[in-house]
Design a protein around this ligand. Structure first.
Ligand code: AMP
Length: 283
């Protein structure tokens, strides 16, 4: 695996590869890698010629400074994992390399309703920061294929929208890859490392509550179902931001169900200081 820290070096290398007809797959991450990330690398390897992973903890997408400060970093271990997964290239830039003109956003991205529901509502400015860094990375890498995890369901929708609004609609294909879970159902996440033993044992309840919603789903009003799921989490010690059912294609709130509309259940909840998110397509 070749490691790049400088944009100029990465550019030069990718341009040369592109000229030989190679298709470039891109897996952007914030590091503290786990099997979920590696599954994206493997997916990229299976359908492109060259897989580039980036590790960059993007300061502009953290709305809570403490969350940024406490974000786990394990670069040495990440490199070992990427090598073992057969990743070809790693981009590991410093903040000044990504934001040479400072971190203030130059543009405001029109994300419509996505910015005011669920994660958008509870993390103001988060998706603007995500768009800022992903747009920058797309401009640097110009990938043929981009690999994202369904674990971050709303983020997948935001980035798809970003791609539709920028010049990448024709250039870059988006692949949304399934969520990898621990044996007890907890969605793999870098943040899981911050859970203590008791919290880690409790954390599986998020997935269980999403499964509860899936199993109990019936046509009609949905408020009681999500309230019950929320109570299950609160009783176990979670501080729940939301557990909701939404339209799977738009994330519009879905107060009642006609038995046909495609739905997804999404949750975000704190255990101690650690905020966990998960989702489950329902039908
Ligand atoms: P992150 O490093 O958390 O920003 O994630 C980088 C990429 O990995 C994003 O596209 C995530 O959606 C994806 N990802 C994170 N966790 C998982 C998981 N458990 N399964 C599949 N993909 C994941």
């Amino acid at each position: 695996m070749i490691l790049f820290k400088r944009i100029a070096d990465l550019h030069k290398y990718l341009d040369a590869q592109r000229q030989t007809g190679k298709k470039i797959g891109f897996v952007p991450t914030m590091g503290a890698l786990h099997e979920g990330h590696l599954s994206l690398v493997r997916q990229s390897k299976s359908c492109t010629d060259l897989t580039l992973c980036s590790i960059f903890v993007n300061p502009t997408q953290f709305n809570a400074p403490r969350d940024f400060e406490k974000y786990p970093v394990s670069t040495e271990q990440d490199i070992t994992l990427l090598v073992s997964a057969g990743c070809d290239l790693l981009f590991l830039p410093a903040v000044a390399e990504i934001y040479p003109e400072g971190q203030r956003p130059a543009v405001h991205y029109d994300l419509g309703m996505l910015e005011s529901v669920l994660e958008g509502k509870f993390r103001p400015g988060h998706f603007q920061g995500v768009c800022q860094v992903v747009h920058r990375l797309l401009d640097l890498v110009r990938p043929d294929d981009l690999f994202l995890g369904q674990k971050d369901y709303q983020q997948c929708m935001v980035i798809t929208r970003l791609i539709e609004q920028t010049g990448y609609r024709e250039k870059t294909r988006v692949h949304i890859c399934p969520t990898l879970r621990e044996e007890d159902g907890l969605a793999m996440s870098s943040r899981n490392r911050r859970l203590d033993k008791t919290e880690r044992a409790t954390a599986k309840a998020i997935y269980q509550s999403l499964c509860f919603i899936k199993n109990q789903l019936r046509p009609g009003e949905l408020a009681e179902l999500t309230e019950t799921a929320g109570k299950q989490l609160t009783e176990k010690g979670f501080r729940v931001d939301y557990i909701e059912i939404a339209d799977a294609a738009s994330l519009a709130p879905c107060p009642s169900w006609d038995g046909k509309q495609k739905l997804v259940a999404l949750a975000a909840a704190f255990l101690g200081e650690v905020r966990l998110i998960d989702n489950l397509p329902l039908n």
